[in-house]
Design a protein around this ligand. Structure first.
Ligand code: UD1
Ligand code: CA
Length: 466
């Protein structure tokens, strides 16, 4: 049986009070519509169509080549939205899933199970329902005397009795494709909101003698449509719990999952321990046996195995096996550490690659640099990579020793096994095995300290200060 999906993503999302189109608001780092597309893809759909309208260009740009987009120029309701896909798939035989772009918590397993049940039962439509403690704002599922679903009534169109129904329409459906588009042609907008409701298709099919099945999820979260920021925060919390649970099941230790924030697409190896306050974002990958956090903020970075990262920020960086980073290090884009490096406190790296076993232990800036292996960069040493107009490269050979508080004025090359003496400001290349010293010679003046103090005291008395 051919499977297709229609994702509804044209609405404005007025209640979000946002410049960003609703379905692009991220939940655990991924736009809501991205979660829905993932779920639809996992159900094995041959064609997926996203209905776009408000913010169409941005939504389409995000969707990219994952699905076809069709424009709903005016938002006349969810039924009208699905109808826009008529010209693409209206004539096809098969099953179509319809999912709202604002239900990020829908699980792929649920869609799959629902599809299987739908195709086995031969029903014209199967809708996902849930029993929720507070159904306000949601469509109510009306069942007949025999318990079969007969129609859906939107909150604003409910009678007093209907308002008491707690079984709600989750906004996810499976339809016999041709019957769906036939019925959509008959939907009218004579309701409280003056909209063409997709939910009216259920009543129309029932009236025509078709069977309507319901698939009730035990997890009401799956039905939670995000309409405002309060629901967004709640979806974030529920998604976070799900993500953290998945990692724990796969062998990752969380000291406190309630305060550990992992984006949906992050990968973490087994036996890694995550300490509180850690935020792992984007496409970050963490290897096995690491200790991450407390307070590690890592985005789009790849971390090897056996790495320790404490109280540090990493963005678009690579960290090799057995490295140690932090506390209080800032790895900016293009930082690449080979295995066994040590980056200590208050060290900033940017566009810098470090060879195996290299150490930058305290208070350094290393930017636009190519550093060899087993190099030691002393406390406070920095690369001077910017003249206000141009960025220049610093090269440091294997096993070189850069003393404390050295300035390396780029472009400059320090050869292998070279030794740069503490406090030097280096403007010329240093050959391998050479020692470079570039600082004023020291002069000691005997007893001069007391003379200085006497002079200062006298000045203070003259000015009458206390
Ligand atoms: C809808 C259902 C309701 C269900 C709830 C579950 C209808 C009429 N009602 O209500 O029964 O309980 O979802 O969350 O379907 N959209 C368009 N074009 C439009 C209107 C909406 O693409 O013209 C999209 C929105 O972007 C959104 C989705 O459809 O992603 C749902 O629309 P929304 O207005 O949020 O519907 P609800 O009132 O939540
Ligand atoms: Ca909604």
């Amino acid at each position: 049986m051919k499977r297709m999906a229609v994702v509804l993503a044209a609405g404005l999302g007025k209640r979000m009070k946002s410049k960003l189109h609703k379905v692009l608001h991220p939940v655990c780092g991924k736009p809501m519509v991205g979660h829905v597309l993932d779920a639809a893809a996992a159900a094995g759909c041959e064609r997926t169509i996203v209905v776009v309208g408000h913010g169409a260009e941005k939504v389409q740009a995000y969707v990219g080549d994952r699905a076809e987009c069709v424009l709903q120029a005016e938002q006349l309701g969810t039924g009208h939205a699905v109808l826009q896909a008529d010209k693409l798939i209206g004539g096809e035989a098969g099953t179509t899933i319809v999912v709202c772009g604002d239900t990020p918590l829908i699980r792929p397993e649920t869609i799959r199970a629902m599809l299987d049940a739908h195709e086995r039962s031969g029903a014209a439509a199967t809708l996902l329902t849930a029993v929720v403690p507070d159904p306000s704002g949601l469509g109510r599922v009306i069942r007949g005397k025999n318990g079969n679903v007969e129609r859906i009534v939107e909150h604003k169109d409910c009678s007093e009795d209907e308002l008491n129904i707690t079984e709600i329409n989750a906004g996810t459906y499976c339809f016999d494709n041709r019957k769906l588009f036939d019925a959509l042609g008959k939907v009218k907008n004579d309701n409280a909101q003056g909209e063409y409701y997709l939910t009216d298709v259920i009543g129309i099919l029932h009236e025509a003698g078709e069977t309507i099945a319901a698939y009730r999820t035990p997890d009401p979260a799956e039905a939670a449509g995000v309409n405002d920021r309060i629901a967004l925060a709640e979806a974030e919390r529920l998604m976070r719990e799900r993500i953290n649970r998945r990692h724990m099941e796969a062998g990752v230790t969380f000291i406190d999952p309630a305060v550990t924030y992992i984006d949906a697409d992050v990968a973490i190896g087994a036996d890694t321990v995550i300490y509180p306050g850690t935020v792992l974002r984007g496409r970050t990958v963490i290897g096995e046996d690491c200790v991450i956090g407390p307070q590690a903020d890592i985005t789009d970075s790849v971390v090897g195995r056996g790495v320790t990262i404490r109280h540090s920020v990493l963005l678009e960086s690579e960290v090799g096996d057995e490295c140690s980073v932090g506390p209080y290090a800032n790895l900016r884009p293009g930082s690449k550490l080979a295995a066994g490096c040590k980056i200590g406190d208050f060290v900033e790296l940017k566009n810098a690659s470090l060879g195996e076993g290299t150490k930058v232990s305290h208070l350094s800036y290393v930017g636009d640099a190519v550093v060899g292996r087993d190099v030691n960069i002393g406390c406070g040493a920095i690369t001077v990579n910017y003249d206000g107009y141009n960025k220049s490269i610093t090269e440091i050979g294997d096993r070189a020793f850069i003393g404390s508080n050295v300035n390396l004025i780029a472009p400059v090359k320090i050869g292998e096994d070279a030794y740069v003496v503490a406090g030097s400001t280096i403007t010329q290349d240093v050959k391998p095995n050479d020692m470079a010293i570039a600082r004023e010679r020291q002069v000691n003046k005997e007893g001069y300290a007391e003379r200085l103090r006497a002079r200062a005291r006298a000045k203070k008395e003259r000015s009458g200060q206390n």
